[in-house]
Write a protein that binds this ligand. Structure first.
Ligand code: GLU
Length: 572
């Protein structure tokens, strides 16, 4: 079939070249003399982007800017991430060309138990009750993780990175549309006493988009964090307030001061695998990284690069690789400190070939998980993950890059507030049942000190010489895997500039369902897919992406911000 889309993309690249320098897509590292931007921030809110840019302009590093971005996101996008949440960060060091994964995932307290999300009759709690309970909150890790990254890669003093968040919280900020919509939404966390108090004006009505909003408690908290580091959250008065808040009913949690004090982020080499002429890096389990790499590994053994995004065959291959990826991740991924996760087996060449060979001419029933080497006897669990997360990317002038997915789990986390920020409900990312219906243990069951499975998979792509090509990622619960896969294929296979790759319609193929932004596909693609047994279903999660990315081109950096959120990508 003719690769029309590639030609279209080339034409578009030329058009862009006329106004913004030639953005030759993937595979082209930033040249020292590149005329375009050499530093860039892409995030879900323009105020957070500005905070990051200010830090970069003051000579700060990518990690310095990431800290400022997170501090502002926690204020202006509290439905998605914040000081009370967790995160994964993939970091590229331009000097050593090494990629490190930082793990700031929340941890279950020492008092957590495998049955804590079961009711008195031993049945899984309904999700809403679990989220609103004190048991859903894990020990928050995002701030501690950022501090660890700052110790290694910070340039400016930690205390100087919170000024913008403090100023906006003290003096007020214009309420973003999405924050107002989340506050007015039927999400149960928007109706908790804490959320109602915070989002209600003196006249009794709810906060509106565009109004000036202040959060003095948040300003006080960031002042403390700026002065004392993560200790300000994990020890002392704020820690005590967290413990007290989690201990409130309904269904109090067990978190103690000792749990908070014991929190340690992790760092280690990222999980990197070749993909065609590139190297793709993500964090390891319990993140969504291994699954995205498996999806790519399967796709590498198909002809997806020969078809473009206007072709039904391309989406067919993407959808079938996606189903195989989900089947394996749903069965095998958990915290590797607690369960045997067969990452090597899942990413082994022969295994990937075996999985790719399962993609036939027509879609069959939902694929079963495979049997990779090192696979323990586990059964698929039914972990649920609704949206409440953010992804941002920072590249500094030295070429260092941060790709960070950060989360309070659901909209406004558990809906409980301390110090002007929301506590996460990340522990509902565990499987509610320790065992599956057939009695096998679930990889993602609750245990004290364990990190719940995540779909977050902040990616960094390098060329064969380990020069920076792309950083990208998304929120979206389990759909993150499909969003990221689409974007990586869009840039790496279809050679689209990252913004266009982000704009491509979302398609989440998992089990028997094909959730999609149906209206964004051409009738030819929809019909072509239907003829192959893939019936797209609209609505649901497909619109929940928040993809952000930055890509290197010979003309400098180009960025992409998901039009489904309200962010921007800006550089200088
Ligand atoms: N809590 C989910 C995870 O860590 C993310 C939820 C979301 O993206 O909204 O995978």
């Amino acid at each position: 079939m003719i690769r029309l889309p590639r030609l279209l993309a080339a034409a578009l690249a030329l058009t862009l070249a006329a106004c913004a320098g030639a953005p030759k897509p993937a595979g082209a590292p930033t040249e020292a003399a590149a005329p375009g931007p050499r530093a860039m921030v892409a995030a879900a809110n323009p105020m957070a982007v500005e905070a990051g840019l200010k830090v970069l302009q003051a000579g700060g590093s990518a990690v310095d800017a990431a800290i400022a971005v997170q501090a502002v996101l926690g204020l202006v996008e509290p439905q998605s991430s914040g000081l009370g949440g967790g995160a994964f960060m993939t970091y590229y060091d331009a000097r050593t060309r090494q990629v490190t994964a930082f793990d700031g995932r929340e941890v279950a307290p020492a008092g957590a138990s495998p049955d804590m999300f079961l009711d008195e009759a031993g049945k899984p709690l309904n999700f809403r009750d679990a989220v609103l309970s004190g048991r859903s909150t894990g020990v928050p890790g995002a701030v501690a993780m950022l501090a660890m990254a700052h110790d290694r890669h910070g340039k400016l003093p930690w205390k100087d990175l919170f000024g913008e968040a403090e100023r906006l919280a003290d003096q007020g900020f214009p309420v973003p549309r999405r924050m107002a919509a989340a506050a007015a939404s039927p999400a149960p966390q928007a109706g908790t006493p804490d959320a109602r108090t915070y989002f209600t004006k003196p006249d009794g009505t709810k906060v509106q988009a565009g109004e000036t909003w202040r959060n003095p408690a948040y300003a006080e908290t960031v002042r403390k964090i700026a002065a004392e580091g993560p200790k300000a959250l994990l020890e002392g008065a704020i820690a005590e307030a967290i413990v007290a808040k989690v201990a409130e009913g309904p269904r109090p949690g067990t978190m103690t001061l000792a749990d908070l004090k014991a929190y340690r982020p992790k760092a280690g080499p990222a999980l990197c695998r070749p993909y065609r002429v590139f190297i793709v890096c993500t964090p390891d389990a319990p993140s969504g990284g291994p699954a995205v790499l498996e999806g790519l590994g399967i796709l590498e053994r198909t002809k997806i690069a020969d078809f473009g995004p206007a072709d039904a065959e391309a989406w067919y291959l993407l959808s079938q690789a996606s189903r195989l990826m989900y089947a394996d991740r749903d069965r095998y991924i958990g915290d590797p400190a607690f369960v045997q996760v067969p990452v090597e087996g899942l990413l082994a060449k022969d295994y990937l070939a075996e999985r790719a060979a399962l993609i036939g001419e027509r879609a069959g029933p939902a694929p079963a998980p495979g049997q990779p080497k090192g696979a323990p006897a586990l059964a698929a669990d039914a972990t649920l993950e609704p949206a409440g997360t953010s992804h941002f990317v920072v590249v500094d002038a030295a070429g260092n890059a941060v790709s960070m997915t950060t989360t309070v789990e659901s909209v406004f986390g558990s809906g409980r507030m301390v110090g002007g920020f929301f506590l996460n409900n990340q522990l509902t990312d565990f499987s509610f049942s320790p065992r599956t219906r057939d009695g096998a243990p679930a990889a993602n069951s609750v245990a004290p000190g364990k990190r719940p499975r995540s779909s977050m998979a902040p990616a960094i792509v390098l060329d064969k010489d380990r020069r920076f090509v792309l950083a990208a990622g998304s929120p979206g619960g389990p759909a993150i895997l499909a969003y990221n896969l689409k974007t990586l294929v869009g840039v790496l296979d279809w050679e689209l500039p990252v913004q266009q790759a982000i704009d491509l319609p979302n398609l989440i193929a998992r089990g028997e369902t094909y959730g999609a932004e149906v209206d964004k596909f051409s009738p030819e693609v929809v019909e072509g897919l239907a003829a192959k047994g893939v019936t797209l279903r609209g609505g649901g999660a497909a619109e929940g992406s928040g993809l952000h990315g930055v890509q290197a081109t010979p003309a400098g950096l180009i960025g992409g911000a998901d039009p489904r959120r309200e962010g921007v990508a800006k550089g200088f």
